[in-house]
Design a protein around this ligand. Structure first.
Ligand code: GRF
Length: 188
C-alpha cells in the first residue's frame, strides 16, 4: 500500500478529506505520518484523535534548514511515497525539495498561475474575476509555481465575500486533492 505524509499548519480540512477518502475506499493509500509545524493546530488534534502517527513540532524561531531536517527524519522513518502539503504555511528549504523531487504536492485555492501566495480568494475578488478555483501542483522552489497537475473551476457569485467564495472553492479542493493523489499513486 502506498503511503502519504501530510504536512499542515492549521485547520486541516484538506487532510481530513484525504483521510475520509481513504476510510471510504475512494483513495487506496495509507497515512504514514501527519506533521504540523504549529503545535496546537486543529489538524494535528484530528490526527491524534483518529489514531494516526501525529507529530506536532514548533517551527517558531527554528532556522528553516534545521526545521526541515527534523521533518525529513520523520518522513524518512515513515517510509512514504508522496508528501502532501495541506495548508502548510511555511516555505520548504531547497535541500528538502531536492530530496523529494517530484514527490511533494500542494493544493492552492486559485487557478494558478493567477493569485499565488496568501489570500488567494481575496485576490480573486479584488481583481473581479468571474471564475476562480483550485490547483493541485508539484512543489518546486518558488511560491506556488510548480508544475500543475489538476485544476477545478469555481464560479464567483454576485455578492461573494472572501468567506463565501473560500467555502465554495474548498468543496472542490477536498474532491480534487484526493482524486489527484489517487491518479499519481497509481503511476508510482
Ligand atoms: C486551503 O485553502 C489550501 O488550498 C491552502 O490553505 C488552505 C488550508 O485549509 N493551501 P485546510 O487547513 O486544509 O482546511
Amino acid at each position: 500500500m502506498k503511503r502519504l505524509a501530510i504536512l499542515l499548519s492549521g485547520r486541516g480540512s484538506n487532510f481530513q478529506a484525504i483521510h475520509r477518502a481513504i476510510a471510504e475506499g475512494r483513495l487506496k493509500a495509507e497515512i504514514g505520518c501527519v506533521i504540523s509545524n504549529v503545535p496546537d493546530a486543529p489538524g494535528i488534534e484530528y490526527a491524534k484523535a483518529n489514531g494516526l502517527p501525529a507529530y506536532a513540532l514548533s517551527s517558531k524561531g527554528v532556522p528553516r534548514a534545521d526545521f526541515d531536517l527534523q521533518v525529513k527524519r520523520i518522513i524518512d522513518e515513515a517510509k512514504v511515497d508522496l508528501i502532501c502539503l495541506a495548508g502548510y504555511m511555511r516555505l520548504l528549504s531547497p535541500a528538502f525539495i531536492q530530496a523529494y523531487a517530484g514527490k511533494i504536492l500542494n493544493i492552492h485555492p486559485s487557478l494558478l498561475p493567477s493569485f499565488p501566495g496568501l489570500h488567494a480568494q481575496k485576490q480573486a475578488l479584488d481583481h473581479g474575476v468571474k471564475i476562480t478555483g483550485c490547483t493541485v501542483h508539484l512543489v518546486d522552489e518558488g511560491l506556488d509555481t510548480g508544475p500543475i497537475l489538476a485544476q477545478a473551476a469555481v464560479p464567483v457569485m454576485e455578492g461573494d465575500t472572501e468567506e463565501t467564495l473560500s467555502a465554495r472553492v474548498l468543496v472542490e479542493e477536498h474532491r480534487l486533492y484526493s482524486e489527484t493523489i489517487g491518479v499519481l499513486l497509481r503511476g508510482l
